[in-house]
Design a protein around this ligand. Structure first.
Ligand code: C2O
Ligand code: CU
Length: 473
């Protein structure tokens, strides 16, 4: 617990207690809303972020009365630190050099992939570019962060097991944008599959493999049922990341809209507003929420049913955390208007560009469902080749049975269309949901030399074949 910071300063405590009488009923203390703490920067140079990260076993209390055995990251620069889920975050500013000394205290080999960061292939952490870091081993990652936005890091070896067990953390790279908000919050969404004794279920059943493992407890920043206190009239920035193996989050905050200002590759040129926000595994969204409905006293951020295929029944809305208005403080100054354009971004002109086809396939097999792309099952794949600087259009052909979130390493792409229809907005993506039976096209300009992975971000699918390699030369 000590490795988290509470989201609201202690001076709010008085108002918090009052609001609590309504929000938590019967005067029970609300569970405070926690956020990941940044890793300690041990380098005095203001343009270098140098951290010590340790991956190892830890315990987390998900259910009252018992601590689940997990694998987690901790801050090696803090004496006595314990591993948390999510792990301590990597916080840097655009243009910084980042140096991460990783020590592996796990009983098995691991690596780290910096999901969404553009970096040299040698630092990308996939099995294609790095020998695994053995138990007791160390490795230093060293790269420059080129883009502002919300990213995340996680192992790229047995991802279905290691990420599920708790090895993941957000990365926030701040830019120069002037967006006036009362709070900048990091919300890491996940679910855990717990047995009655509070330990994590380590057996996978055929449904886990087919859909990606879905937990029975949904958590935000590793906790369930917290209360977020917000001040009436303020606007907050929420950076959302779906770190689940297989769960889709379809977010709704009754009575409130989300103004989407950014996604995987940073800010969008123009924001758009929505009441429901679908976040597939691996994706990130940045939204602004304005708290102008104080009459709605008992509110929860919920995830709603989304039909992602295979006739999975609707469990009804599930609460992620409570949102309670706190009107006891001084009236806030209204937030300043947003700039009319958040970012300039030119659209890739893909007319007449060669199209590569990627068909996402599932097959039933006596050992469970197997997955492939264009008939090839990872690791038995022949790498594709492209030239540095080439512009290509990729057409991802969705499987008729279910949705798959497609992720490309090393570079961003721009979605052109889904079944011929342009997307709601254009901006840079590295992970995109390919709805069942649809054809999704994106444009990408290959930038960085080396071997890059592309795969489904449902981790059980990636680890059972739905992954390929691209060599940029
Ligand atoms: Cu977050 Cu290759 O993935
Ligand atoms: Cu998939």
């Amino acid at each position: 617990m000590s490795r988290f910071i509470a989201a609201r300063p202690a001076s709010f405590a008085a108002g918090l207690l009052l609001t609590c009488l309504m929000a938590c009923g019967g005067g029970m203390t609300p569970k405070p809303f926690l956020m990941p703490t940044p890793l300690t920067d041990i380098n005095p140079d203001p343009n270098i972020v140098e951290v010590q990260l340790v991956a190892g076993p830890s315990t987390i209390q998900y259910l009252p009365g018992s601590r689940a055995q997990v694998w987690a990251y901790r801050d090696g620069a803090v004496a006595g630190s314990v591993g948390t889920v999510p792990g301590p975050m990597l916080l840097a500013k655009q243009g910084d050099r980042v140096i991460v000394h990783l020590r592996n205290e796990l009983p098995e080999p691991t690596t780290i992939h910096w999901h969404g960061l553009r970096l040299p292939a040698s630092q990308d952490g996939s099995a294609a570019v790095q020998t695994a870091i053995q138990p007791g081993g160390v490795f230093t990652y060293n790269f420059t962060v080129l883009d502002a936005g919300t990213f995340w890091f996680h192992p790229h070896l047995s991802g279905d097991v290691q990420i599920e067990k708790g090895l993941y953390a957000p990365i926030v790279v701040t830019g120069s944008e002037a967006i006036d908000v009362a709070a900048d919050r990091y919300l890491v969404l996940d679910d855990v599959k717990l047995r009655a004794d509070g330990q994590m279920e380590d057996q996978t059943n055929p449904l886990d493999i087919m859909m990606g493992r879905q937990g029975n407890v949904v958590v935000v920043n590793g906790q369930k049922g917290a209360t977020l206190f917000v001040a009436t009239g303020t606007r907050e920035r929420w950076r959302l990341l779906n770190a689940a193996n297989g769960r889709y989050f379809n977010l709704s905050l009754p009575g409130h809209s989300f103004l989407v200002i950014g996604w995987d590759g940073g800010l969008l040129p123009r924001p758009y507003s929505t009441y429901k926000l679908l976040i597939a595994p691996g994706e990130r969204y940045e939204v602004l929420v304005t708290f102008d409905h104080p009459q709605l006293e008992l509110l929860s951020l919920q995830t709603l049913y989304y039909d992602r295929g295979h006739d999975i029944p609707d469990p009804g809305p599930q609460d992620l955390f409570k949102v309670a208005y706190d009107s006891t403080g001084p009236a806030p100054t209204p937030p300043m208007a947003l700039p009319s354009s958040l970012r300039t971004l030119s659209r890739l002109d893909a007319t007449g560009t060669p199209v590569r086809i990627f068909a996402l396939e599932e097959h039933e097999n006596p050992t469970g469902t197997l997955f492939s792309i264009n008939g090839e099952e990872f690791p038995k794949v022949s790498p594709l080749a492209a030239k540095q600087g080439d512009l290509e259009v990729w057409e991802i052909q969705g499987n008729p049975e279910m949705d798959h979130p497609f992720h490309l390493h090393g570079n961003f792409f721009q979605v052109l269309s889904v079944d011929g229809v342009p997307p709601v907005n254009f901006g840079l993506k590295d992970t995109v949901n390919v709805p069942k039976g649809s054809k999704l096209r994106f444009a990408v300009r290959h930038e960085t030399l080396g071997m890059w992975m592309y795969h489904c971000h449902i981790l059980e699918h990636a680890e059972r074949g739905m992954m390929g390699m691209l060599m940029i030369e």
